[in-house]
Design a protein around this ligand. Sequence first.
Ligand code: SAM
Length: 209
Amino acid sequence: MGNDLEIWHATYEAKTPESLQAAYKAWAPRYDQDTIEGMGYVAPNLAASLLDNYLESKASCVLDAGCGTGQVGEALQKIGYSNVDAMDYSPDMLDQAEKKNIYNELIREDMGSGIRLPENSYDATICVGALTYAHVGPNVFEEFVRITRPNGYVCFTIRDGAYQKYNYRKTMLELEANNSWELMAMLDWDYLIKESVTAKFCAYKVLET
Ligand SMILES: C[S@@+](CC[C@H](N)C(=O)[O-])C[C@H]1O[C@@H](n2cnc3c(N)ncnc32)[C@H](O)[C@@H]1O
């Protein structure tokens, strides 16, 4: 595949999990350079600092869901977190993340069809860049709540455009209505500055059931 925009678009147009993973296999070695320098990707740093507003301790156990090459893990490490696990279903992206030596554990998992982790596994779950076109839909929210302990936090980005197309808000509101989680923040912030793309940056507190 050719330039960064072609690969990026391929990830948005994938029709199956296999074709999405093939696109990330091609992109993994140059994903960081293309996204940060080429597109002005600022979401990992912004989401990590949003989550940091709520966590009481830097020792909190955090899951970086859809970790990719580990940009969120790096952002969390920079502000003092060292107890972070990573989850993704692309082995090639996980390989890049592993090289950075920032995660305790790397978990290969398709979070689109249930997450094979026990309930209350983490103090916080963060998911950046994976709630977008042809990636992960709103069904994952219930799983994020399940694997995050009560009074812990779930923090995520949803790319604008995909937010409307897949109606993420409907599930977010259903989980608010049934007291699964409480909205702390929903902010429209820059996501890919050089592509003029924004996203919703959300933080929820998981409630006791
Ligand atoms: C745009 S990248 C974002 C990576 C990283 N969080 C970041 O901000 O740079 C999206 C990631 O989500 C992963 N992903 C997409 N669908 C997934 C699924 N169903 N289960 C697990 N990971 C998935 C992809 O493999 C890819 O690494």
